[in-house]
Design a protein around this ligand. Structure first.
Ligand code: SF4
Length: 137
């Protein structure tokens, strides 16, 4: 089995549902969908971090997962570490109305929100597998 690992880096959005979904979908990659192949770190640590964190995107192909079109995770990664391999933007996948909704606490999430997490995680998986194929061919 290949030991290829891919970084999945979520924005830390706390202001809108898109950020919450970005974080939950990233966790799902790490804990369930591609658990042996996903590496991640939290964006605040990355922003505060030293060389080790900043070399993240140099050491791994990175998919950033952003809650909205401000693309904080993508912009931070490209500023400190270099170009990302791909991006998922929750508002592109689910639409702005859903992504910018003010439901942000996980205790308020309902079945429909977890379905949104699944949809975004599927999108990350597709990009993840495409990068894997490109690297392994
Ligand atoms: S990308 Fe959007 S949701 Fe995420 S931290 Fe930035 S402003 Fe917030």
């Amino acid at each position: 089995m290949s030991d290829l690992k891919i970084g999945v880096l979520s924005c830390s959005g706390e202001e809108c549902l898109g950020g919450t979904i970005a974080r939950l979908a990233t966790r799902k990659m790490l804990e369930k969908l591609r658990k042996d192949k996903t590496v991640t770190l939290c964006l605040p640590l990355y922003l505060a971090g030293g060389e080790e964190e900043r070399s993240f995107a140099k050491d791994y192909p990175v998919i950033t997962v952003d809650g909205c079109s401000k693309c904080c995770a993508k912009r931070a990664t490209e500023k400190y570490s270099g170009k990302v391999s791909d991006t998922v933007i929750v508002s592109d996948v689910l639409g702005e109305d859903a992504a910018l909704s003010k439901i942000v606490s996980s205790k308020d999430l309902k079945k429909e929100h977890y379905q949104m997490v699944d949809k975004v995680a599927d999108e990350i998986c597709q990009k993840f597998d495409k990068i894997t194929l490109e690297i392994e061919k």
